[in-house]
Write a protein that binds this ligand. Structure first.
Ligand code: CTP
Ligand code: MG
Length: 169
């Protein structure tokens, strides 16, 4: 059980870093370039910027590379490589963008809370791309999905208190 939790956090660290950094990027260029879908709502909205996405991928990959360096030869931890570091980070940003896409299709404003979607979109994206090169057991996916809302909530409350985020979710 503890081993499952440690492994899940180890794999998710790049994704968490990727997801935490975009608000700091103070991005200006919306990834959808302001465009709307036929439903009249933005494709992604002003909360998804090119700068935020890029900063997230870079920060997450950096964390994963640090993990790869630290863990070389440490048994028991899932292997981290430059490729998995990138896939976990890029997947997290992709999943986060898909989450916003879904929110806009549901007519939700930027920043409006979508309880499970806001918290799990980036994990699902990270797990999806990671699984292209390495297996994820159902148990470790379940562990990731259970742990993340708790950690995400705590981190966002912290970000809100520090003035990095406008809303505590
Ligand atoms: N952000 C960004 N680029 C991204 C993702 C996030 O610039 N690709 C920044 C934006 O300033 C965003 C903030 O990080 O407002 C918080 O991210 P998130 O909660 O994912 O976005 P929301 O503003 O809540 O928008 P949405 O409703 O689309 O989730
Ligand atoms: Mg949000």
């Amino acid at each position: 059980m503890l081993r499952e939790i440690v492994s899940a956090l180890w794999l998710l660290a790049p994704a968490y870093a990727a997801n935490a950094v975009p608000p700091l990027a103070k991005g200006k260029i919306p990834m959808d370039f302001g465009r709307k879908m036929p439903d009249g709502n933005r494709i992604l909205g002003d909360g998804k910027t090119v700068e935020g996405f890029s900063a997230g991928v870079l920060a997450g990959t950096a964390v994963g590379l640090a993990e790869a360096a630290l863990s070389s030869g440490v048994p028991g931890l899932p292997e981290m490589t430059p490729l998995t570091a990138f896939l976990l980070s890029f997947g997290a940003m992709l999943g986060d963008s898909c989450g916003s896409f879904i929110k806009r299709r549901l007519g939700m404003e930027r920043g409006e809370e979508a309880v499970l979607l806001d918290q799990l979109d980036f994990v699902l994206g990270a797990a999806a791309l990671y699984s292209l090169v390495s297996g994820i057991s159902p148990l470790s996916l379940a562990t990731m999905l259970l742990l993340t809302p708790i950690i995400h909530r705590l981190a966002n409350i912290l970000g809100y208190r520090l003035g990095i985020k406008k809303v505590p979710w």
